[in-house]
Ligand binder design. Structure first.
Ligand SMILES: [Zn+2]
Length: 212
């Protein structure tokens, strides 16, 4: 199973990806994390990427994709992968040509007020990357690994609106492309986390029993 998951900020991507990866035994590839990882380890690609991020520039898509290719070459012990989040624009989609994708999950939320509320109340674990809501924790510690939870630096109302606009303008066209290719699996992400997870499992099982 080679899939990607796409959704606006606050759609519950992190939580769902985590659960999908463990249920279907997939390698969980978080694009932002693997880029940071390469830079931290000072690999050849890491050094190239650092030359961009160091001066506040975006790393070109082709280079990000090389890092992604490296990740999918080693799948020992896994039955596939789930990529969170790519591609986020048409440029990245083109650069991703060499990364096979059987299906793309789209977490759909039409009511942006739901997203704003969710983003403003979310916390992230700096250690295992699990995302939690303020209402789910009493002691501010990660349920998974016990580390102290943090707010994401860009989870502020000013930046949320910019990110939602970017999503509409740049990411929605990507979803339309995958729809044309018959690879898009749309999920109603306005439901509860459990309902969303069940819908994902059901639709993935249906999709893969038909196509594989
Ligand atoms: Zn944790």
């Amino acid at each position: 199973m080679r899939i990607a998951i796409i959704g606006p900020p606050g759609s519950g991507k992190g939580t769902q990806t985590y659960r999908i990866a463990s249920k279907f035994n997939l390698k969980h590839i978080v694009v932002g994390d693997i880029v940071k990882d390469e830079i931290r380890k000072k690999t050849e690609l890491g050094e190239i990427m650092f030359s961009y991020t160091n001066v506040g520039k975006f790393v070109p898509s082709e280079i990000v994709m090389k890092v992604l290719e490296k990740q999918i070459q080693d799948l020992s012990g896994f039955d596939g992968y789930i990529i969170d989040t790519a591609p986020i624009n048409l440029d990245q989609m083109q650069a991703m040509e060499f990364i096979p994708l059987d299906a793309v999950l789209s977490l759909k939320i039409e009511n942006f007020d739901i997203l704003r509320t969710r983003i403003l109340s979310r916390l992230i674990c700096p250690k295992c990357r699990r995302v939690t809501s303020v209402s789910d924790t009493e002691n501010n510690l990660c349920n998974n690994c016990g580390a102290e939870l943090e707010k994401r630096y860009d989870d502020k109302i000013e930046t949320i609106n910019i990110r939602l606009k970017q999503y509409e303008e740049q990411t929605v066209p990507v979803l339309n492309e995958y729809k044309k290719q018959g690879k898009l699996i749309e999920i109603n992400a306005e439901n509860t986390r459990q309902e969303v997870f069940e819908e994902i499992c059901e639709k993935l099982n249906n999709f893969f029993s038909k196509t594989l």
